[in-house]
Design a protein around this ligand. Structure first.
Ligand code: PGA
Length: 253
């Protein structure tokens, strides 16, 4: 059986601050990604540059938005619709990132965004993760509810385009030793899979890819994937440094 490629999602967030810097980072990232055979690279770059960049290099990397509206068009100032993304050569979208949840996005809104994006044909990377941990396992209850509520009532036929990114908020934005331990990640990836199986049955539940995000580095990436048993990584600040991004890709390969 053909093994699926590891998914490496680069979340540039609101960076860099000019088109010139973004274009340079983009060219470098494409060069790095073109050398990786076992990794599929998805660049989630700010809206203003998505169409321009996606028309340049669609074959080497895939493109992702960092959010999308629940609407497809209309009087919604400042919003960008899933349909606008698909018609701009964008294949993926991140929904429910903790930085958007911190701005007030609820599980209910996120569930609506997930469905709207799936219906428009996007592959949805749904972000989940607890803010902190406790000794009594309450964070597991939190996570369970977050998964169930953020998924809402997705019809089974859309599950093929769904990806879960587990990003514990306490691990985001740190150094190498602030990422989660791969063995702990393994426990959580099993926990998430179990909930997905309860919701959608064995076959569909186990086929939804799970990614990890939070202080991923060239040093911890391989263990997180192999020992954590996840199908890929979501990388934030490291993806802005093409030298480190290249090291990361080489280590995963
Ligand atoms: P980080 O961010 O890699 O900088 O920790 C990950 C994320 O927020 O998606």
């Amino acid at each position: 059986m053909k093994k699926n490629k590891v998914l490496l999602v680069a979340n540039w967030k609101m960076n860099p601050d000019t088109y010139e810097k973004a274009d340079k980072l983009f060219q470098e990232s494409v060069h790095v990604a073109s050398q990786a055979k076992k990794v599929k690279t998805v660049l989630c770059i700010p809206y203003p540059w998505l169409t321009d960049f996606s028309h340049k290099h669609q074959k080497v990397v895939a493109f992702g938005g960092q959010d999308a509206s629940i609407e497809q068009a209309g009087s919604f100032t400042g919003e960008v619709s899933p349909k606008m993304l698909t018609s701009s050569g964008v294949e993926y979208v991140i929904i429910g990132h903790s930085e958007r949840r911190a701005l007030g996005e609820t599980d209910i809104l996120i569930a609506q965004k997930v469905i709207a994006s799936l219906k428009a044909g996007l592959k949805v990377i749904l972000c989940l993760g607890e803010k902190s941990r406790d000794d009594h396992g309450e964070y597991l209850m939190f996570l369970r509810e977050q998964i169930i509520n953020s998924l809402g009532k997705i019809q089974k036929r859309y599950l093929k385009k769904l990806i879960i990114a587990y990003e514990p908020v306490w691990a985001i934005g740190g150094g190498d030793d602030e990422a989660m331990k791969p063995t702990d990640l393994h426990e959580i990836s099993i926990f998430i899979k179990k909930i997905l199986v309860e919701m959608y049955g064995q076959d569909s539940g186990t086929s939804i890819p799970i990614l990890y995000g939070g202080s991923v580095s060239p040093d911890n990436a391989k263990d997180l994937i192999n020992l954590g048993e996840v199908q890929g990584l979501l990388v934030g600040h490291l993806s802005l440094n093409s030298k480190k991004f290249s090291e990361l890709l080489k280590n995963i390969e």
